[in-house]
Unconditional design. Structure first.
Length: 434
């Protein structure tokens, strides 16, 4: 560890103690990241997508990453073109992902999940980005929907849904956005009225990922219109496919993410039992604000890995592509563009990994996650634009992965709270009176 370039040396006695001690780094003043200083960062590796990089990970993570990468290459990539035409992936691939340990990774074994941590779960986000595929909504299912049930659900709710979701037998969705309410969650109109011991749900949602295929959907609804603010009158409900009055609209035709089913959902006098309430009544907004940071971190993670992948496929292209009697990678303007892109991606990777490690230890704040979401999604679009340009006319052809990556990137600054909202959240503590 002491010989790693850029690392300040500790006294020799301290270094020997660290090397020989059985005490874990997490119990010392030395940051845990220093345990893996032998690992290169992506910018130091031959390719930024190489396995064995990033000091926040271990060899055990590498073993899991290899299996996840193999799964994407064997079970997702060969079928993705057809899924784009279908507008959704197959149910079979969900079940295969469950059997391979790709779903419910950071849900505890006690609750029916795999029992890993968020670092392990993030490998699935990375590898989806490195495979250049968009159809499987596993991050939303595993790391957005399942945590709500794990954190706020009853024992019966956990037993009913989480093991089946980990196996890929039940697909999850979350319905927040409405035709008239996007980033402003307090502006929703969908409502649930008390009726006896249960509830009656009415309203509609739009842009719902996994909406067509979902077996269970967390629905955000107003339950107390008389509350002092909308935030104090919102609740969450577990609505199951097949419930009378719950209708799924047609799959929406989108600019990108064409293999990912996205739908409108309609609720017409849906009678919900008391057991459908997730958590406590009128505390839904608090739950949403607690869980949203992880959703934004996922957007940043996907954006960062997608940027690395786009850079690598573009580097391969310009090294092979010839113009004016030589490869275009020999042109200084192309070399400088590659240098600029790699530098920016490496800076983004460092900031994202810092945020991911903070989240692992429960230290990630709303302001930092807003920064990383906004920066990573903006950079993803910038890299997509520049890489497409370097592909020339072929980059505009759908058969080339960069064309798909270009349109898929565009939604990243929009969902999970648009980047304009992220900037508002970042600015508040900057200008607030102390």
């Amino acid at each position: 560890m002491a010989g790693v370039r850029g690392l300040q040396k500790l006294p020799a006695a301290s270094m020997n103690f660290l090397k020989n001690s059985k005490i874990s780094c997490s119990s010392l003043f030395v940051p845990k990241r220093l345990c893996n200083m032998e690992r290169p960062e992506p910018g130091q590796a031959e390719k930024m997508t190489d396995i064995g990089t990033r000091r926040i990970f271990s060899e055990e993570h590498d073993i899991y990453r290899k299996s996840v990468r193999r799964f994407f290459q064997e079970e997702v990539v060969p079928y993705h073109d057809q899924w784009e035409l279908d507008g959704q992936v197959s149910r079979e691939v969900w079940q295969k992902a469950g059997a391979a340990g790709l779903l419910g990774v950071c849900t505890s074994e006690e609750d029916g999940g795999v029992g890993g941590d968020i670092l392990t779960s993030s490998i699935v986000w990375d590898e989806q980005g490195y495979a250049g595929v968009n159809g499987v909504g596993w991050a939303l299912h595993s790391d957005i929907v399942m945590p709500y049930i794990a954190h706020y659900g009853t024992k019966e709710q956990k037993e009913k849904f989480l093991p089946a979701m980990t196996a890929g037998n039940k697909i999850g969705a979350i319905a927040m956005t409405e035709p008239g309410a996007g980033s402003d969650l307090q502006g929703i109109r969908t409502n649930a009225k008390k009726e006896g011991s249960g509830w009656v749900l009415n309203g509609s949602k739009v842009f719902i990922t996994n909406g067509t295929m979902c077996d269970v959907c967390i629905v955000v609804a107003i339950t107390n219109p008389e509350a002092k603010s909308a935030a104090h009158g919102i609740s969450l409900f577990l609505v199951e496919a097949g419930m009378e009055g719950f209708k799924k609209g047609k799959k929406l035709k989108k600019l990108g993410l064409k293999a990912q089913d996205t739908a409108e959902l309609f609720f017409e006098d849906v009678k919900l039992p008391a057991s459908a309430l997730l958590g406590e009544a009128n505390k839904g907004f608090m739950y949403l604000m607690t869980e949203l940071p992880q959703e934004r971190l996922i957007v940043a993670g996907v954006g960062t890995s997608a940027s690395e992948w786009m850079f690598e496929i573009t580097r391969d292209y310009v090294i092979q592509r010839k113009a004016f009697g030589r490869t275009i990678s020999s042109l200084q303007t192309v070399q400088h563009k590659l240098a600029e892109m790699k530098s920016e991606i490496c800076m983004m990777r460092a900031f994202y990994d810092q945020c991911l490690l903070q989240h692992q230890h429960g230290k990630l704040d709303n302001y930092s996650v807003s920064m990383v979401k906004y920066l990573a999604s903006d950079l993803q679009n910038k890299i997509a634009d520049q890489c497409l340009q370097l592909h020339g006319g072929w980059g505009y052809m759908w058969e080339y992965p960069i064309a798909r990556a270009f349109v898929d990137a565009r939604v990243q600054p929009i969902y999970a709270g648009c980047n304009e909202i992220m900037k508002e959240l970042i600015a508040r503590p900057i200008v607030s009176a102390k």
